[in-house]
Ligand binder design. Sequence first.
Ligand code: WTA
Length: 633
Amino acid sequence: MSYTYQVQTAADYEAAYAHATENPEAFWAEIAATFRWKKPWKTVLNWEFRSPSVRWFDGGTLNMTENALDRHVEAHPDRVALLWEPNDPGEATVSWTYKDLLERVEAYCHVLVARGIQKGDRVCIYMGMIPELAVAVLACARIGAVHSVIFGGFSAESIADRVLDAQASAIITCDGAFRGAKTIPLKSVVDQALSSCPEVHTVVVHQRTREQVDMMEGRDVWYHEALPVDLKPFPAVEMEAEDLLFILYTSGSTGKPKGVVHTCGGYMVWATYTFVNVFQYQPGQIHFCTADIGWITGHSYIVYGPLCAGATTLLFEGIPTYPDCGRFWQITEKHHVDILYTAPTAIRSLMAAGPEFPDAYPMSSLKVLGTVGEPINAEAWHWYDQHVGKGRIPIVDTWWQTETGGIMISNLAGVTEAKPTYATRPLPGIQPLLVDEHGAEIHGNGVSGNLCMRYPWPGMIRTTYGDHDRCRQAYFSTYPGLYFTGDGCIRDEEGLYRITGRVDDVLNVSGHRIGTAEVENAINMHPQVVESAIVGYPHDIKGQGIYAYVILHSPEKEDLRVEILAEVVKHIGAIAKPDKIQFVPGLPKTRSGKIMRRILRKIAEGELQQLGDTTTLLDPAVVQAIISGRASE
Ligand code: WTA
């Protein structure tokens, strides 16, 4: 398979960018035509950013899995589609060809439809990183069910919130998951969650850790028992281009996580186009994305992008530090990985373990390194370059979001230049702009502002599930007529983009998005808590740490830190646990009752000289009280 739309040189990039900007419909029609459609589209794009309404390839029908599987089975059935590396390096790896993978997906489809799951139904998936997770995702896509993958670190309550919001009728899980030295009891967490979700009629359970689990008669089925004995094909269900492919919940600045909706046609084109161009994928190469399929990075760059491009994708069950801090490098060596795509937080934690781990492996198969999820600091960038890339291969710094479906701003490996800590240039079809707080566009170079998009791209969010107005409010109302990313950004003298981090109340902790309001709501559930405020502060490994200011009813009573942490784990999950908790007598508020987070952030950062104007506070004395009681660890 060759990719007619793969740019090869900087001049190609310039030409593609110009074409995509001047004539986006012709540009995307040409690329979409390289995919397999059941019926051709009638219009390439209909859009307006007020409601918003964005429709790509309307009238066209397809099934994503024919593009991810069938057409590769026809062209190269024996090429490896999926490699799997288990948590324990001593356990056997899995290697499935495109033919194997399609057979497994088809068998899985039969399991799902036998349980009455149909096109349009929502299916939640709460699994560890085993190969059947990718199979389950693809089987949903093949029957037209809408999957919603929930990261294995979320609590029972978070699962229930998502299952209810998505009105899911089935959930797919495992007995448990291996993660480093730990096992995580997934099925029992699902059982707890489902006590408040009576609409769920089916739980498909995979065997992995073989721990004891309860199976509810009629509702729960073991996957290995439900699997049909003889393999039968399962024809891919015809989907409209704008039918839902999946929902993925993500945190915003207010309320509970929202269900970001991606649809079949546009997402397919975007995930594949960006994969092929950013990583400069060549057929036969092995792509290792270390993300979890519970996040968007896993959706787009473990499953859909690579498989639609006919690539070999490597799925890793474990964590970077088990059994030691050389695990990523050992996997890279063992499987002759060509492309390694990971997060700055992983790089920083492995950097702290010392260069001897990567230095022990030549990793001569590597051609491209990538990072995603948060700003990468210069030190981590250079360490990645020197010790992992051995100073000889390009690094792509890829900026994007759950809502964007795929990479938006990034250098293209070996094609356009890299600049440490810069995502650099927008991909063809992406029209970024910077605005000031009033929404006025900031022109020219050597400037900074809030990052927006003025034109739709195929992989963008279509709605937030069940509440379209929330989508409008969250992304299209701050600056009318524009999509607002929530990120701050610098455009340097040469016009290259550097994303500096969130400008809203969303934290990025170890590359995970966490809404401050969500953590506050969880803490406020504790009966002893009057009120709380969450801010981020710079953290050497995690990028941002979570700092909690908490007012208690009876502060003189026992230390409630442990209980407060437990509250957060219960309502959200361990990933949202505050790193520091400070009990305070009050919070700095304006006369209208708004918490002045700016001041709390400065105190958390230790920048006590720069608190700014505090005279508008209701009670300025509270600031001194907070400063004198600052949490130290
Ligand atoms: C941040 C992850 C700087 C950003 C794909 C964005 C980045 C949020 C980068 C989305 C990068 C992601 N440089 N910041 N290369 N990539 N971000 O939805 O703040 O989990 O808004 O998607 O991560 O996180 P999400």
